[in-house]
Every structure is written in structure tokens, then in C-alpha cells.
Design a binder for this molecule. Structure first.
Ligand code: PGA
Length: 252
């Protein structure tokens, strides 16, 4: 049985003092919540603050990006070991904003995924089609190519430590969510692709999140679909009450 996982992607929002208020509020909202894994992914500059504030709680920590090299002359970059050192256990990789604005492709994402796993970080690997691709009937081709490319060469065990996030680009920050049926179709396709890459057993064990305008009002329906194992939440994760409501929607 896959345990649901809800992650908050704060993107480039919240100073350290904003982060402190948000996490304090979340600690209260979610004090007794154990039914799903909950991961906060603040910007790099907030990781140490959030890490300290979630000690002893059931909240977990993730980053939004990392470099694939262990260390060296890569000005402005952050390594997996630096994240581990702050008790980070997850890292979002290949988000569509990274793909679009920073030209990350599947080959680069794949290097990062392997580096994350080698440092015992669980990658949350984002895939998803643009509106043009959907309108052109290319969802299956685009998403399966991204899954195969981003996760190429991973062992079954590594795949099981990986979380896939299906985030249709047209639904991110637009208020336009995929319907639960549209999302479920693509989640089932991703699971089929994983079965082809590894085995049916592995595919059944990998958690696949949905992301793109998830709100308290639509989370329950999305999370009730058979292949949707939680969510990657952007805008609504910046408010403690909204995020907590979404997390509670992941309880069975
Ligand atoms: P959104 O973002 O919830 O604001 O649509 C989701 C994401 O980009 O991870």
C-alpha cells in the first residue's frame, strides 16, 4: 500500500522570518497528523531555519534543486551533500520552471536524480506536458519520454526511492486544474511506463504526485483517484491553513 505524500513547493517565496511564521503555524495545524508524509520545500536560504523548526515533528524537509557534482568550482550551485547536512531528505528535480527558464533537459535531470540517490536524497521528479502538446494529442509521447529520460538507468530500489510528480504545465499557477480523470489517465500511463522500465511490482510501489493548482477544494477528489498518491503544492503551500487542509485531504 503506497503511503500518500504531500509536498509544499514554496518556489522563490518567503524570507527566513516568513518561513518561521509559516512553519510554526503548520506545526500546530498538523500536530497530530500521521496519515501521509508531509514535506516542506523552501528556498535554499530557508532550509536551515525550517530544518531547526521541524525537529521532533513529523514534517520533513526537501530542496527545490541541486547540482549533480559533489563539490567544486560551480559558482552559485548547491550539492546533495550540502542538503543532507541540513537534514534534507527530498529534492525536487526537473520542475517545469527549471526546464523552461533554466533549460534543464531530461539528460541533465537524470544526472541530478542519480546524484541525489547516491547521497540518499529522495528525488521528486517532475514531468508534464504544455498546453500545445496536450492540444496536439502528444501527452502520452511527451510524458513517457520525460519519465524514461529522467529516470534512465535507475535500479528497481532506486525507482522505489523516487517520487514522480505529474504537473501539466498548463495547470501550474493558472488556477486551471486537470480534472481528476485527466490526471488519473496520465498517472496510469506513468505507472505503465515504470512497469516497462522495471517491473510491475516496482511500478506499483512508486508514488506519483499530482501538481498544478491543487487547492483545499479539489484535493480530496484528486487524491481519491487510484494512481494519485498525493500532491506537489505550489501557491496553496504558502498559507498554513490551506496547505494543512490539502494535507488532511490525503488522509484515508
Ligand atoms: P501551483 O504550483 O500549485 O501553484 O499550481 C505547483 C508546482 O509548480 O509545483
Amino acid at each position: 500500500m503506497r503511503k500518500k505524500i504531500v509536498a509544499g513547493n514554496w518556489k522563490m517565496n518567503k524570507t527566513a522570518s516568513d518561513a518561521e511564521s509559516l512553519v510554526r503555524a503548520l506545526r500546530e495545524e498538523l500536530a497530530n497528523f500521521r496519515e501521509a508524509d508531509v514535506v516542506l520545500c523552501p528556498p535554499f536560504t530557508d532550509l536551515a531555519t525550517v530544518s531547526r523548526l521541524i525537529q521532533g515533528t513529523h514534517l520533513d524537509l526537501g530542496a527545490q534543486n541541486m547540482h549533480y557534482e559533489k563539490s567544486g568550482a560551480f559558482t552559485g550551485e548547491i550539492s546533495a551533500d550540502m542538503l543532507r547536512d541540513l537534514y534534507c531528505h527530498y529534492v525536487i528535480l526537473g520542475h517545469s520552471e527549471r526546464r523552461q527558464y533554466f533549460h534543464e533537459d531530461d539528460a541533465l535531470v537524470n544526472r541530478k536524480v542519480k546524484a541525489a540517490l547516491a547521497s540518499s536524497l529522495r528525488p521528486i521528479v517532475c514531468v508534464g506536458e504544455t498546453l500545445e502538446e496536450r492540444d496536439a494529442g502528444r501527452v502520452e509521447e511527451v510524458v513517457s519520454t520525460q519519465v524514461k529520460g529522467s529516470l534512465a538507468g535507475l535500479s528497481g530500489k532506486e525507482l522505489l526511492d523516487t517520487i514522480v510528480a505529474y504537473e501539466p504545465v498548463w495547470a501550474i499557477g493558472t488556477g486551471r486544474t486537470a480534472t481528476s480523470d485527466q490526471a488519473e489517465d496520465v498517472h496510469a500511463l506513468i505507472r505503465k511506463t515504470l512497469a516497462e522500465m522495471a517491473s510491475e511490482a516496482v511500478a506499483q510501489g512508486v508514488r506519483i504526485q499530482y501538481g498544478g493548482s491543487v487547492k483545499p477544494g479539489n484535493a480530496k477528489e484528486l487524491f481519491s483517484m487510484p494512481d494519485i498518491d498525493g500532491g506537489l503544492i505550489g501557491g496553496a503551500s504558502l498559507d498554513a491553513h490551506s496547505f494543512a487542509e490539502i494535507v488532511r485531504a490525503a488522509a484515508r
